[in-house]
Design a protein around this ligand. Structure first.
Ligand SMILES: Cc1cc2nc3c(=O)[nH]c(=O)nc-3n(C[C@H](O)[C@H](O)[C@H](O)COP(=O)(O)OP(=O)(O)OC[C@H]3O[C@@H](n4cnc5c(N)ncnc54)[C@H](O)[C@@H]3O)c2cc1C
Length: 394
C-alpha cells in the first residue's frame, strides 16, 4: 500500500514539462508569471466585478515587460521564439483571459497585420509605439451579422479621388474603445482589403459593449465607421482577400493554444489547494477517491494539452505549422480548459461560484475563448476538411 504523504507535485511538473524548455523560455515564463502575481492578480476580482480594465496603464506596463508583439522582429519588438510567446500567453491567461486578450489583439492581430502587410511607413509610424504600449491597436473583422463567415461582410471602402471612404459597423472588437488605431477589414472593388484607421478620424466611433458575463476584465466594443475618409496610403499594401485577416487570426489562435491552458492550470491549482484544506465528513476532500479521480483526469488533460501546445510551438518555430494544426490545438485546448475550469468549480462547492476564487471567472471567460478566433465548430470544420478534402462550411 502506498505510504500516506502530504508531498505534492504541481500539475505540469507531473510530466516534467519544464524539462522540454530552454533556460531562456523558462526565464521569460517566470518573468511574466511574476508580473501577473504583483501587478495583475491582486486587482482581477475587482476589475472583473466592475467590468472595467485600466487598459492604458496596463498596456504601458505590458510594453515595459516586452510582451507586446514579442514574437515579431524589429521595430522595438523583442523577436522571441514562438514557444516563448506561447508561454507568456499561458501566464497572462493564468491571471485572466481578458489580459491575454489585450496582449493577443495588440501583438498578434493589430501589430502582426502591420508587420506582415503594412508599408514601411505604417511600420515605422505605429509598431515601436505599440510595442511600448504607448499606442493601442484593435482589429475589426467581425460584424453584427457576420462572424464565422467574414466573407459576407458589409463594411465597404470606396474610392473618392485618391482617398478611401469607409462605411459600416464592426462588432465585438477587443480594445476598441481604448484603441489609438483600428485595423479595419472592408470590401472593395478588388476584394477584401485592410485599412489603418486612426481612431481620432472624423466619422469613427467606438461604443463599449455592456452587460457581458464573460471577459469582463477586457474592453469589447462596437466600431461605427460613418463615411470615414482616409488617405490613399491607409490601405495595407500586402493584404488582398480574406487571406489577410485569416493570417492574423492564425497567429492569435496559436497564442490561445497555450493561453487557455493557463486558465486551466490556475483553476486546477486552486482546486488542489482548496480540496487539501476543506474537511468534509472528517477528512480532507482531497483524500477521497472521487476527488482524486477528478484531479487525476484534469492533470492528464492539462499535461497532454501542454505537450500538444509545445509540439505546435516547435512546428511554428521551424516554420512548418499549418492552419489546420493550429485548429487542432485551439479546438482541443480550449475545450479541455473549459472542462477543467467547470470541474474545478464543482470541487469548490458554493465557494466556487464567487470571485474569492478564480475558477468561475476562468470558466466564464473561456466561454468567450471557445467562440472567438474561430468557434470550436469552425475549427472542427477546418480539421474535417483537412481529413476528407471536402469543405462542409456551406
Ligand atoms: C469577447 C469577444 C471578443 C472578440 N474580439 C474580437 C475582435 O477583437 N475582433 C473581431 O473581429 N472579432 C472579435 N470577436 C468576434 C468573434 O470572432 C466572433 O464572435 C466569432 O467569430 C463567432 O461569430 P458570431 O459570434 O457572429 O457567431 P456565428 O458566426 O453567428 O455562429 C453562431 C454559431 O453557429 C456556428 N456555426 C457557424 N458557421 C457554422 C457552420 N458552417 N456549420 C455549423 N455551425 C456553424 C458557430 O460555431 C456558433 O456555434 C470577439 C468575440 C467575443 C465574444
Amino acid at each position: 500500500m502506498p505510504e500516506p504523504s502530504r508531498d505534492r507535485v504541481a500539475p505540469l511538473d507531473l510530466l516534467a514539462v519544464d524539462s522540454l524548455l530552454t533556460e531562456e523560455q523558462l526565464a521569460i515564463q517566470d518573468t511574466v508569471r511574476r508580473f501577473c502575481a504583483d501587478r495583475v492578480r491582486p486587482h482581477l476580482a475587482d476589475w472583473f466585478e466592475a467590468g472595467e480594465l485600466p487598459a492604458r496603464e496596463l498596456a504601458r506596463e505590458l510594453g515595459g515587460l516586452g510582451v507586446l508583439g514579442m514574437h515579431l522582429e524589429g521595430y522595438g519588438c523583442a523577436g522571441t521564439d514562438a514557444v516563448s510567446y506561447g508561454l507568456a500567453c499561458l501566464e497572462l491567461e493564468a491571471a485572466d483571459s481578458g489580459i491575454r486578450s489585450l496582449v493577443s489583439v495588440q501583438g498578434s492581430l493589430a501589430m502582426y497585420a502591420l508587420h506582415a502587410y503594412g508599408s514601411e511607413e505604417h511600420k515605422q509610424q505605429w509598431l515601436p509605439a505599440m510595442a511600448a504600449g504607448e499606442a493601442i491597436g484593435c482589429f475589426g473583422l467581425t460584424e453584427p451579422d457576420f462572424g464565422s463567415d467574414p466573407g459576407g461582410m458589409r463594411t465597404a471602402a470606396r474610392r473618392d479621388g485618391s482617398d478611401w471612404v469607409l462605411r459600416g459597423t464592426k462588432m465585438w472588437i477587443t480594445n476598441g474603445s481604448v484603441a489609438d488605431l483600428a485595423v479595419v477589414w472592408a470590401r472593395t472593388e478588388d476584394g477584401v482589403r485592410g485599412f489603418v484607421v486612426p481612431t481620432g478620424t472624423p466619422g469613427f466611433a467606438a461604443n463599449p459593449v455592456g452587460r457581458k458575463l464573460s471577459l469582463r476584465a477586457s474592453v469589447t466594443s462596437e466600431l461605427v465607421l460613418d463615411d470615414v475618409r482616409l488617405p490613399a496610403d491607409a490601405v495595407l499594401p500586402g493584404a488582398r482577400g480574406l487571406g489577410g485577416p485569416l493570417g492574423c487570426l492564425n497567429e492569435a489562435r496559436f497564442g490561445i493554444v497555450f493561453g487557455a491552458l493557463g486558465a486551466a492550470r490556475d483553476s486546477l491549482e486552486s482546486a488542489i489547494s482548496y480540496t487539501g484544506d476543506r474537511v468534509v465528513f472528517d477528512k480532507p476532500l482531497s483524500a477521497y477517491q472521487l476527488t482524486q479521480a477528478k484531479l487525476a483526469d484534469m492533470a492528464v488533460d492539462l499535461g497532454t494539452g501542454m505537450l500538444l501546445a509545445l509540439h505546435l510551438g516547435r512546428l511554428k518555430d521551424d516554420g512548418t505549422l499549418r492552419p489546420e494544426q493550429v485548429s487542432v490545438g485551439k479546438l482541443n485546448n480550449v475545450r479541455t480548459a473549459l472542462r477543467i475550469a467547470r470541474e474545478c468549480r464543482t470541487l469548490l462547492g458554493a465557494n466556487g461560484i464567487t470571485l474569492e476564487y478564480p475558477v468561475m471567472r476562468h470558466a466564464a471567460n473561456l466561454e468567450s475563448v471557445l467562440t472567438y478566433e474561430g468557434t470550436s465548430e469552425v475549427h472542427a470544420l477546418v480539421v474535417g476538411q483537412a481529413l476528407t478534402g471536402e469543405s462542409a462550411f456551406r
